[in-house]
Design a protein around this ligand. Structure first.
Ligand code: C2E
Ligand code: MG
Ligand code: MG
Length: 690
């Protein structure tokens, strides 16, 4: 650096004194004896005096007493010719308060001795130490080597658990940063090192444990800072203690992601966790096991809600203990799901066994009885899968749930996994739903009518209109094969609509061609109504207008409602049923015996036909089925209903029905479901059985 020099045109210029006096920056000249030889207005005003008061005084008189020693040292260094980089000293104002100034010093040798000239900006410099020690957030400054050169008490408390200023390398002050709420053995790079390394601002929420063992959660900001004029040289870190806020936030997150009762993940969190597992499981597989407790409903009834809740909590706890490394979620009620990474299908059995063991232990511990669990499983690695198929938690859960339902159907305390047959069934169902959608769009749904016959004289008393669609070869597909798919796809009500229109047309035609036959001797036609159709607010108006439009008598239609649906529609549709009844329609309970409707539940509804499910009709004498069959017939008599035995397939069964006093039979033995015209012909004559 070249010496600063003064250049002018040579024309007369104001003298040095005038120039220095007019400067905004302060200038002080110290004489060889340590007195103030000269100074400008600016310098004197900094301590609240005038130059006349100070010139001739020892320079040390204007300094803050605390800095006397340091300044003396400073002056000596300058006198020796040592260059110092912009030191800061504190002066003392007339009121005793300190004012810090940053300055540049120079020697000036004359014959009379060595003068020192100090100059600098007159703005006071903040005392950084004072500023940072007073604030509540932790402040740490380290040099480029990572050594702490400045810190405040707040930082010391957070990082070292002491009140003393931190010193030494940032990484060695006992600070171990970790991520809050995750593995405490996993170290995180010191934010100051990272900021230095990356030369950019690092902001993170971290946990820090002091050597005394206290853990704080802190929001950290570490930024490289440069010393003026000389580039990056240090890193400044601030630490805000957010332990309380973080705990409150964590509690909120916990409440939103876990199940209140058991503390395991709730449904949506479970799904998210499983999706995350699937994403990172390559090349391993993810298994989902879906389970519920067998007969939990009766546990609830027998032991009460309190005990049932205790059982669920215990079950969750036992599973958590037995299934380390898995994700456990509760889906509501007694339904739980477990997700695990597996490398072999065989592990599914072990997982299922662990779940069932947990159920046994939980029930023994809480209720002193054994409650079993049924489990269904599905996994990503199933080779029957299409390799391009995208796996999601939702899909695995749906499959595991389907497997669970199969496990339940085959008995309790079972384990089943989603296999080829279930997969085939499912793809068939998808195909069926597609075909049905096409049929509905072009109004191509058909009906086949199965005659209902009085077994005593063979007379056709009526028929049941059953929905049919056709496969690609034009063959009829019975409803049994696609009705579930239709229900799941939300198409069942549309099916009901087309079937009712066709049935009304059939009735209208039977009526028109009846001739002299009195209306009450014409066959009645049954239609099956889904839950959704029964829930139509305009059920009565809609049904009656369908019949009127087709020229059919209202007394010709029987609406069949499955027994399982009755409890659902009981309150909702009771009025509509009464209205329909009053208009002359017939109401039948379908598939009677498979549901749990009690006499009390159906007695006050206007029912006039009980169709006994065919699973009881296969009955051989002396079997439980026969007992149920007898009871059902008894019940229909008590309710003043007609009884119909469904699914009569053999002469033997027919004899049995006659002996038991069933009013009507419907089954393959007397007739399969028939196309429209064949049914019309069939209904015109009697078909005596013996
Ligand atoms: P469902 O109402 O109980 O109808 C009787 C079912 O048993 C019919 O099956 C019929 O073909 C069959 N069946 C009749 N006799 C025998 C027999 O002797 N042996 C055997 N094994 N089966 C016999 P389908 O037509 O496949 O209908 C199945 C179920 O689908 C019906 O049971 C009914 O619940 C439902 N369904 C049919 N059509 C409709 C509809 O239009 N709307 C609604 N919501 N459901 C319908
Ligand atoms: Mg039916
Ligand atoms: Mg039935």
């Amino acid at each position: 650096m070249s010496e600063p020099s003064w250049t002018s045109t040579g024309a007369p210029t104001p003298d040095a004194e005038t120039i220095l006096g007019a400067l905004g920056d302060f200038v002080v000249v110290v004489a060889p004896d340590g007195t103030l030889a000269a100074m400008n207005e600016t310098a004197a005003s900094m301590v609240g005096r005038s130059p006349g008061d100070l010139v001739g005084e020892p320079v040390l008189n204007s300094l803050h007493p605390d800095d006397l020693e340091a300044t003396t040292e400073l002056l000596m260094r300058y006198a020796r010719g040592v260059d110092l980089y912009r030191p800061v000293i504190r002066l003392q104002r007339t009121d005793g308060s300190p004012v810090a100034v940053e300055f540049i010093g120079q020697r000036h040798d004359t014959e009379t001795g060595r003068y020192l000239i100090f100059s600098g900006r007159a703005e006071p410099v903040l005392d950084s130490e004072e500023v940072i020690s007073g604030i509540g957030i932790g402040v740490v400054i380290a040099n480029a080597a990572g050594e702490i050169i400045e810190s405040n008490p707040a930082a010391a408390t957070l990082l070292a658990g002491t009140n003393e200023a931190l010193q030494g390398p940032a990484s060695e002050i006992g600070t171990r940063f970790t991520r809050p709420d995750s593995d405490p053995t996993e170290d995180v790079e010191h934010p100051m090192s990272r900021a230095l390394r990356e030369q950019q601002v690092v902001t993170e929420r971290l946990a820090v444990t002091t050597p005394t063992g206290t853990t704080h959660v802190v929001d950290v900001e570490a930024r490289p800072v440069s010393v003026r004029y000389s580039g990056p040289a240090a890193v400044l870190m601030t630490l805000t203690d957010v332990s309380a806020r973080h705990a409150a936030e964590a509690a909120l997150v916990r409440a939103a992601t876990t199940d209140d009762l058991t503390g395991v993940a709730n449904r949506s969190t479970f799904m998210e966790l499983v999706d995350a597992r699937i994403d990172r499981s390559e090349p391993g597989d993810v298994a989902v096991l879906f389970c519920d407790l067998d007969r939990f409903k009766s546990v609830n009834e027998r032991f009460g809600h309190g005990e049932a809740d205790r059982l669920l909590r215990r079950f969750a706890h036992e599973m958590t203990e037995a299934l380390a490394g898995t994700t456990i979620g509760r889906f509501g009620g007694d339904e739980f799901a477990v997700a695990a990474d597996i490398t072999d299908v065989g592990e599914l059995d072990d997982l299922a066994e662990a779940i069932r063991g947990a159920a046994r232990r939980a029930s023994l511990a809480t209720l002193h009885v054994v409650v079993t669990a049924s489990v269904g499983a599905s996994w990503t690695g199933d080779d029957a899968r299409d390799a391009t198929e995208i796996q999601t938690a939702a899909q695995l859960i749906e499959e595991a749930d389907e497997a669970l339902r199969r496990a339940k159907r085959t008995g309790r305390d079972r384990f089943a996994f989603f296999d080829h047959t279930m997969r085939d069934l499912r793809s068939e169902q998808t195909r069926m739903a597609r075909q049905l959608r096409d049929h509905l769009a072009d109004e191509r749904v058909e009906i086949a009518i199965q005659p209902v016959i009085d077994p005593r004289d063979g007379r056709v008393s009526g028929g049941e209109a059953l929905a049919r669609i056709r496969d690609e070869h034009g063959e009829l597909i019975p409803a049994a094969r696609w009705i579930d798919a239709a229900t799941r796809a939300g198409l069942i009500q549309a099916v009901d609509e087309q079937v009712i229109r066709l049935a009304s047309q059939l009735l209208g035609q039977l009526h028109a061609s009846a001739g002299d036959t009195p209306a009450e001797l014409l066959p009645v036609i049954g239609v099956n109504l889904s839950d959704g159709t029964m829930a139509r607010p305009d059920l009565f108006e809609w049904l009656t207008s369908q019949l009127t439009d087709a020229g059919a008598p209202t007394s010709g239609l029987v609406i069949e409602i499955p027994e399982t649906v009755f409890p659902v529609i009981r309150d909702r549709s009771a009025d509509a049923l009464r209205q329909l009844k009053a208009a002359g329609l017939w109401v039948a309970i379908d598939d009677f015996g498979v549901g749990y409707a009690s006499l009390a539940e159906v007695r006050d509804l206007p029912i006039d036909t009980l169709k006994i499910d065919r699973s009881f009709v296969i009955a051989d004498q002396g079997t439980p089925e026969e007992a149920i069959l007898r009871a059902a017939i008894e019940m229909s008599r008590a309710m003043n209903c007609r009884s119909v035995a469904e699914g009569v397939e053999t002469q033997h069964q027919l004899e049995l029905m006659l002996a038991l006093g069933v009013d009507y039979v419907q089954g393959y033995f007397t007739s399969r479901p028939l196309p429209h015209d064949e049914f019309v012909d069939f209904s015109r004559s009697a078909h005596p059985i013996r």
